[in-house]
Design a protein around this ligand. Structure first.
Ligand SMILES: Nc1ncnc2c1ncn2[C@@H]1O[C@H](COP(=O)(O)OP(=O)(O)OP(=O)(O)O)[C@@H](O)[C@H]1O
Ligand SMILES: [Mg+2]
Length: 258
């Protein structure tokens, strides 16, 4: 059993289009221990979503090595050890909340009934969605839709949760609330979370470490360890002086990366 969630060495990532190969990220070295909350910041187009796709085995790397929980990304995906919350809400509009949450089990070839109703109820309660099971996505607020997307990613109890700007479209108050809910879920489950965001405040508030990526060419510019300024269970106050100064430092770094 590996205690490393993700390990990448000299990873080259990009897209193949017939004979054309576009390299997006080069020379990515990264070790994410199990149970870490890692946030990823970077300018638009630098390759944040692309990096998550490789971890999720939605895209094969062009070169280098990557292991997920000590195995290939494909093995981790097949064993349902990774959950993904996408950048665009991807709920099926013609299915109810309950059916959307059951979707991974159905798509995975398991019978929907193999998933106990108690598990659905448990995940819905965890995300504050109880009572909404029969609604359709169009009958929910944006924040509720994001919660459904997170519930769907959690249904199989993944060991690694990949989140691509999950709260980007929400107002600040809803976002702050969901940040705290996500932190409680992370503390309760002990999951590893890789969380992409454009918000420096969110990256610093949520992450034990923050990766700052740069564009042209896409690469990891800096990995910043915030554990020294946070409590052991990753608690911090948003207005804490050390946190505010971290935010300013990351802003400077990000300006240089763009
Ligand atoms: N399917 C694809 N085929 C070819 N190129 C792609 C594909 N998807 C993304 N790209 C390119 O790869 C680069 C990185 O894209 P990616 O979506 O990973 O960026 P990002 O950092 O997530 O940006 P944003 O913050 O805007 O979401 C961009 O130049 C993009 O145009
Ligand atoms: Mg993206």
């Amino acid at each position: 059993m590996s205690d490393t969630a993700v390990e990448a060495q000299r990873l080259e990532i990009g897209y193949r289009n017939g004979r054309d190969v576009t390299t997006v990220l080069s020379d990515v070295d990264l070790t994410v221990p199990q149970g870490e909350f890692l946030t990823i910041l970077g300018p638009s187009g630098c390759g944040k979503s692309t990096l998550l796709r490789v971890v999720a085995n939605l895209l094969d790397p062009l070169g280098g090595q990557i292991t997920v929980l000590g195995n290939t990304p494909e093995a981790a995906r097949r064993a349902r050890k990774t959950g993904f919350v996408f950048q665009d809400a991807t709920l099926l509009p013609w299915r109810t909340v309950g059916q959307n949450i059951r979707l991974p089990a159905v798509v995975g070839g398991r019978q929907a009934r193999a998933l106990p109703d108690t598990r659905i109820a448990e995940v819905m309660a965890l995300l504050g969605l109880s009572g909404l099971e029969d609604r359709y996505p169009s009958q929910l607020s944006g924040g509720q839709r994001q919660r459904v997307a997170i519930a769907r990613a959690l249904i199989d109890e993944p060991e690694i949760l990949l989140m691509d700007e999950p709260f980007g479209a929400l107002d600040e108050i809803t976002r702050d609330r969901l940040n705290d809910e996500l932190l409680s879920i992370w503390r309760e489950t002990g999951m590893t979370i890789l969380f992409v965001t454009h918000s420096i405040e969110e990256a610093v508030y949520l992450g034990q470490r923050v990766i700052v990526m740069a564009a042209n060419p896409g690469r990891i510019l800096n990995i910043h360890d915030l554990r020294p300024v946070k409590s052991d269970d990753n608690h911090c106050q948003r207005d804490n002086a050390a946190i505010v100064s971290e935010i300013a430092a990351q802003r400077q770094l990000l300006a240089e990366a763009s």
